[in-house]
Design a protein around this ligand. Structure first.
Ligand code: ZN
Length: 309
């Protein structure tokens, strides 16, 4: 069954190691061979600049990741750069769609021009924060009661104009609630249920329902600490989150965002992109084939084909 995966951190690795091969490097969880083996048909590649990078170097690091995407990912055999969502429909059997996203606006400071450069490069989803405070908002590890900053309005207005999806995955609670009425397109690209696993990176039932009411959707993440607050987890435990979310908002609004290459701890038998079908096999024990297809790709298609960009 084909998969659309909304989050991986391949670019951060590719941009840091000169000798790394996107095709088959064993240091990459989501190398091209693995994506093909796991039948990942569309992969979103995040630009992520770690907070330990000095502020003045952050934008340059983001550009290096765009360069890695252009130089190694979309030139690889069969990889198509998705710059308009409609292109997903036209992918041939032996092709994979590659999408750029931005995980946190830390690298733009208060400069909308820098954001513009990244959108022009093809970024289709933007998260306002990673885990910490920046000039736009507060991340999940900050005070949950602090709201969006004044510069955020400019950022969101600009992204709405460009029909870019706002990603709430790392946003704190107050920021989430304040963003809901402002954003044109919303998604949680790699988040689980806070009811099943009480972690600030996960969304409460109230948040998930409001997100879907606003036309958004949630994609579950394969990181054990967000599945059970431990360093190891089983596919069954991940399915516990999926079942809960499906009961809450329906199969059409739930998908996957592995976070491969951004995580040190892995789900057993789901440790890299090549093992994706192990999850499909287990899901088919709990859901109909129709429902699993809805989660693996059809739900996202319905969502994204309504976006005219
Ligand atoms: Zn993340």
């Amino acid at each position: 069954m084909k998969i659309y995966d909304l989050h991986c951190d391949v670019l951060n690795k590719l941009s840091r190691y000169d000798d790394m091969e996107f095709l088959n490097d064993v240091r990459l969880d989501s190398n091209l061979n693995g994506l093909n083996a796991g039948n990942v048909k569309v992969q979103v590649f995040a630009i992520f600049v770690h907070p330990n990078v000095p502020i003045e170097e952050r934008f340059n690091r983001a550009l290096l990741q765009v360069e890695a995407f252009n130089k190694y990912v979309i030139t690889a055999p069969g990889v198509v750069h998705i710059t308009n969502w409609k292109q997903i429909q036209e992918l041939k059997d032996d092709e994979i769609g590659a999408v750029l996203s931005l995980e946190g606006c830390d690298c733009i400071g208060t400069d909308l021009q820098k954001l513009n450069v990244l959108i022009e490069a093809g970024v289709k989803l933007v998260g306002l924060t990673w885990n910490y405070e920046n000039d736009v908002a507060y991340g999940t590890l900050e005070d949950q009661t602090k709201g969006l900053k004044s510069f955020c309005k400019e950022v969101v207005n600009y992204l709405n104009e460009q029909d870019v999806i706002l990603d709430v995955a790392h946003l704190n609670d107050e920021g989430f609630y304040e963003l809901l009425p402002l954003a044109k397109h919303l998604i949680a690209s790699h988040s689980n249920s806070r009811t099943i696993c009480d972690n600030p990176r996960n969304l409460t039932d109230d948040q998930v329902k409001l997100l879907v009411d606003k036309g958004g959707r949630i994609h579950v993440v394969f990181y054990p600490p967000f599945i059970n607050n431990k360093e190891a987890a089983s596919i069954d435990e991940l399915i516990g989150h999926i079942k809960h979310l499906v009961n809450l908002v329906g199969v059409e609004n739930v998908g996957f965002g592995s976070d491969f290459d951004g995580i040190d701890y892995k789900v057993d038998l789901l440790t890299d992109a090549s093992q994706y079908q192990n999850l499909m096999k287990e899901l088919l024990k709990h859901f109909t084939e129709e429902d699993v297809k809805m989660m693996s790709h059809q739900g996202f298609e319905k969502y994204v084909f309504s976006i005219n960009a």
